[in-house]
Structures are given as C-alpha cells and as structure tokens.
Design a binder for this molecule. Structure first.
Ligand code: FAD
Ligand code: DLZ
Ligand code: SF4
Length: 510
C-alpha cells in the first residue's frame, strides 16, 4: 500500500493523484501542533485551514478514496508530520510514501528526511500548481545577478501566450498599465459589497481553545467568511470577474476607512491553498474582458494578470533561489521591536489604527495597506525584519512563508538589499493622504514635519534616509532625495531629526 501525504495548503482536488480511487492508496491529512505553533496565527487562518482540510478529506472519501484524517485533539496525534507518519506506517501495510513538493523551505527539509525516518522509499511529486518551477530564476536570468520583475513577467506572458498577439507583441501595444492604475476613490464612491461565505467555526474554535493553541485576531460570532472548498472559491472568482474586475486596476492602490476590500479579489487564500489554479483565474478574467469590450479596459485586466503571473510567481522564484539565507538578511541592521500596538491597533495614527484593526478583524489587508502603511512604518521605525516577518506570517489569511517573506523582508523592508526591489518602499504622509481618507480624521497633521501634532511618518521618513545615507546615497533611484534633504535649512533638518527621535523613543505612545 502507498501512503500519500497532503499538506494543509495542498487542497487541489484536480491533482493527477486523485484521478482514480484505489484501495492501494491511503491519503493522509493531519492537524499538528508543529504547524499551529511555529508562529501565532490569526484565529481565522487556523480555522480556515482546518475546516478546508476537513472538507477536502470528506470530499476525497465521498469519491471513493481511502483517507486517514488526524484531528488536532486525536489522542494518538503525535503533533508532527514525521511522527504521525511513523505511526501510520506501523498500523497499515505501507510499502512506499509520496508527498507533493511543499512550498515552504522548512517543510521541504523536514520531509526530505521521511525516507531515513521511516525506512521506506519516498517520492516527491510535483504539486502541479504554479506556472513556473522552483528554479525559474535560473531559467529566466541565467548567469545574471539582478532579477527584474518586468523581465520575468514578460517572459512568462510570452511562454504562456497570455494577452500576446500573433506577432509576439502584447495586446493593447503595451506591457504595463501601472500609470493608469493609481487612483484614490472619488468622494462618495462605494465599491460593491464583498462576497462573504458564512461558515460556523464553533467546533474548530472550541477544539483550539481546549488544546491551548495561541492565536491572534478576532472572528465575529465565529463566522468565517473565506471560501473553504473549490466550489466556493469558484464563486468568489465569478464575483471578482463580474463585479470587481471592471475597476480593479483603477482603485488597486486606494485605501479608505469604510472599505476594507474595495475592488480586491480576496482570492489569495483560495490560490495559496491550491483550491484554484492561477491559470484558470487568469483565463476567467480574460474571458470576462473579451465578453465586455468597452466596459472593462485592458488596464484593469493587465493590472490583475501582473499580480498573479508576475508578482506571485516571481516571489516564489526568488524564495527558492535564495532560501535559506534569505531569512537571515537584515540589510539595514535594524533591531527594534515592533510597536506594541501592532497587536491591538491602539494608536492615534489613523492609517495604522485602521489597517491593523482591519487585519485583526478580517485577517486581511490589501497590498498597499501592507506595503505603504504597516510595512512602511515598521521600516522607518527600524524594526527587526524577524519581528516584521512574524507579524505578517501570523496575521494574514494568505500568509505562507514563500510569499510572505519575499514580500515582507524583501519588497517591504528591503532587508535583502535590493533582490526583490530596486529601492525601499518608503513614503511620508503625503502618499498616504493622496491614496486614502485616513489623514482627514487623524489626530496628527499630515502636512507637519515637526511640532506637537506633526505626522510621525514625515520626520521618521527623513530620519531613515539620514541614518542610512551610506547605504542608500548611491542608489540612482534615491539620489534626488538626498539633494532635497541637503537643500533644506540646517535648522529645519535639526528640528525634523529631533522630532523623529522623540517619536522613535516613545514609539509605543504614538
Ligand atoms: P488582489 O489585490 O485581488 O490581487 C490578486 C492576487 O494577486 C492575489 O490574490 C495574490 O495571489 C496575487 N498577488 C498580488 N500581489 C502580490 C504580491 N506582491 N506577491 C504575491 N502575490 C501577489 N500575499 C500572499 O498571498 N501572502 C502573503 O503572506 C503576503 N504577504 C505580504 C506582505 C507584505 C508586506 C506585502 C506588501 C504584500 C504581501 N502579499 C502577500 C501580497 C498581497 O498583499 C496579497 O497577495 C493580497 O493583498 C491578497 O489579497 P487579494 O487576494 O484581495 O489580492
Ligand atoms: C498554516 C498551517 C496550520 C496552522 N496548520 C496546519 C496543519 O495542522 N497541518 C497542515 O498540513 N498544514 C497546516 N498549515 C499549513 C502549513 O503550515 C504550511 O504553511 C504549508 O504546508 C507550507 O507550504
Ligand atoms: Fe497616517 Fe500621518 Fe495621515 Fe495620520 S496624518 S493618517 S499618521 S499618514
């Protein structure tokens, strides 16, 4: 008999493994403390993964597959993949083991020991999930030291013939529509209601609490709103293509106190747990765009395809090219702890209050909130990338290390010194004010750099560039900034630096 392990983020029912049921194959899924405890996860993340795993196991059994599901509170549960597999191997006549390519380095290493630990032959199967392979950096950039997203993205647009004309040029004559895609919401603009699923998570919540699993965040009335199986994930995709795609690109970067989700798809959980394949998501959106000419502009579609075929695959490629060293990088040698209010949202800074409270409420914030509010502030505050990673890895429903660490340590904290991005993503209050309504009801003044009500972003922004001058001055994309700084009156510069230091020294009181 063959044992096949399915991890909690491998819920792809269309994998060739499941084509034909066989009594000679035993599938196993397991809820284990080694996974619930490697970071404090959001309560919605753990319950969503467990409930989706349970549904997946039930569906497999209904289709005639043999399934062994180990719940977290099962008295025989050894709470680790390897130890549980050892037990299964003792109980059943298992002669060989298979698992699918894991997406985390940590699990890749653990499962590589399965054969030694069990004495059985072990095979790793392709997960069939991504559009690129683990070594796609070497494929796209042979012998190169720099890996531009744009080059990667165009390479795979061509390879998969996505929005490519017969003569090899991009549909619409351009590769990039970012310039059209950066608007804030007009006054009184209300995006469509998000599609919520209402799953009662009572059973799993009770089990987690009885088992003493530490979680963060909230789940109102134990109602989980994320899709938990492929059918629901497909409904969410339909909702996105029909209702949200027409404005996705335009308002991709917009933030608002009343609209947590805007035109964002909320598909990341379904994609990262493999309920949906990235190519079917892209294809569904292309079909909708073709069916509604004049109603959905190419800039909306291209902005979305870029996220999935570009950023998502690119981040995974960087992860496998650079792990395990990547997890140790700290370019700026930052060592501060995260402010305490990252765990509560209790700060007077309105943008941070909203973004953090929303993250605790929904296990969700969209890209610009993650990058330009929480990420931006943590970078300016000199927080240790380990602390920042732990926070992002725990709090978001879609957080798995391969995509979390590259976005956080790389894109947001520039701790990789420029592997993912060409310069740090920082901004003063000006950008946040332009893209949101946060500053309008903030107790700080977004226009002031110093003085009692001055927005902390403004002085901390200059302090960051001032203290890292040696590392950043020669970056061609940043040089201008130092020229502006140097042109300021010396007295003004001193006031800004003093203000920043005051804030940095009392960061928990902001
Ligand atoms: P949409 O805005 O609707 O975008 C569509 C899809 O594109 C997403 O579902 C996602 O699969 C993909 N995508 C978009 N941007 C990125 C990106 N930068 N990297 C990879 N995929 C992308 N995404 C995660 O899936 N997991 C994470 O742990 C994660 N951590 C992040 C941490 C930081 C600091 C930052 C700045 C970004 C992070 N992202 C992460 C990327 C992005 O913010 C989320 O994918 C997105 O907000 C998910 O919401 P959505 O499904 O509504 O996305
Ligand atoms: C995130 C998570 C959690 C909380 N629990 C489990 C679990 O008990 N069993 C499991 O198979 N997977 C779980 N996961 C997902 C994994 O930790 C891990 O993030 C991915 O499998 C790595 O790609
Ligand atoms: Fe955020 Fe500053 Fe605007 Fe307040 S004024 S919302 S702290 S950017």
């Amino acid at each position: 008999m063959k044992l096949r392990l399915i991890l909690g983020d491998q819920l792809n029912e269309r994998h060739p493994w499941f084509a034909v049921p066989s009594d000679e194959i035993l599938y196993t899924l397991m809820e284990v403390r080694s996974e619930t405890d490697y970071v404090a996860h959001h309560i919605q993340k753990v319950t969503a993964i467990f409930m989706a795993m349970r549904k997946f196991a039930d569906n497999l059994a209904k289709k005639g597959h043999k399934v062994q599901y180990i719940q977290l509170d099962d008295p025989r549960n050894q709470q680790s993949f390897i130890e549980n597999i050892k037990l299964i191997v003792q109980r059943y006549p298992i002669r060989e083991i298979e698992y699918q390519e894991p997406d985390e380095y940590r699990l890749d290493r653990t499962l590589a020991e399965l054969s030694i630990k069990t004495g059985l032959p072990v095979t790793m199967a392709k997960s069939e999930h991504f559009l690129t392979s683990r070594d796609s950096i070497a494929e796209v950039f042979p012998g190169k030291k720099h890996y531009l997203l744009e080059t990667f993205y165009r390479y795979y647009r061509k390879k998969y013939q996505i929005l490519i004309l017969p003569d090899g040029t991009p549909e619409g004559g351009r590769w990039n529509f970012d310039a059209e895609n950066r608007k804030s919401y007009p006054k009184n603009h209300v995006p469509p209601e998000p599609l919520f699923f209402n799953h009662s998570a009572d059973e799993v919540v009770t089990m987690l609490s009885k088992s003493g699993v530490t979680t963060i965040g909230q789940m109102e009335n134990n109602q989980l709103h994320y899709p938990l199986d492929r059918a629901e994930a497909l409904r969410l995709l339909e909702h996105f293509a029909i209702q949200l795609l027409p404005n996705f690109g335009t308002y991709q970067d917009a933030m608002h106190t009343h609209h947590a989700f805007g035109y964002h798809s909320r598909l990341s959980f379904a994609l990262n747990t493999k309920m949906l394949h990235p190519l079917e998501v892209i294809q569904r959106c292309i079909d909708e765009w073709r069916a509604r000419p004049g109603e959905i502009s190419l800039s909306q579609l291209e902005g979305f395809v870029r996220q999935i075929l570009g950023w998502r695959e690119y981040m995974r490629a960087i992860y496998w090219a650079k792990m395990p060293e990547y997890a140790t990088l700290n370019y700026f040698n930052h060592h501060n702890p995260l402010p305490e209010w990252y765990w509560t949202g209790n700060t007077n800074m309105n943008c941070l209050k909203h973004t953090i409270r929303q993250s605790l409420q929904y296990a969700y914030a969209h890209h610009i909130q993650r990058l330009m509010v929480t990420g931006n502030f943590a970078l300016l505050a000199g927080c240790h990338p380990n602390e920042v990673d732990q926070w992002y890895l725990g709090i978001y429903i879609d957080a798995f290390e391969w995509v979390e660490i590259t976005n956080t340590r790389g894109m947001s904290q520039f701790a990789d010194g420029g592997i993912v991005g060409t310069k740090p993503y920082t901004s003063s209050a000006n950008y946040i004010n332009k893209m949101s309504n946060y500053c309008k009801s903030c107790s700080y003044n977004h226009k002031l750099k110093h003085g009692p009500r001055a927005c902390p972003f403004n002085s901390m922004y200059w302090h960051f560039f001032h203290r890292h001058r040696n590392l950043l001055e020669h970056n061609p994309r940043i040089g201008m900034m130092y020229r502006t700084w140097d042109k300021m009156e010396s007295d003004e510069r001193q006031k800004i630096l003093a203000q920043a230091e005051k804030y940095l020294n009392a960061i928990n009181d902001l």
